[in-house]
Design a protein around this ligand. Sequence first.
Ligand SMILES: [Zn+2]
Length: 114
Amino acid sequence: MSTNYDDVRQNLISMLEELDERLTTITNDIRHADGDVEKDFEEMATQNENNEVQDFLGNSARVEIAAIRNAIARIDSGEYHICQTCDEVINPERLKAVPYSVQCIKCASLNEKI
Ligand SMILES: [Zn+2]
């Protein structure tokens, strides 16, 4: 049985492009905020809080981008549907719900307790 993941791959690539765009926006926002040096202390504190939120958003986008790149590489190497931990086949429904999962539901639930 061979499965064709072209559609999934295409989908992952559009997700990647969207995230890249989001990341660029976030990064530009941070750069803009850093450029404003003439602020009083209270404003600076608010600014820093904003930067922390944007840092967090940026980091989660980066993590997601890495996961999606990994999924695309797994499709290319023919391992997309194989659990990275136990080598069992990942349920196709799970891959449909989370297209960049690298673990079967059993291993993922052991790790994340979801
Ligand atoms: Zn597994």
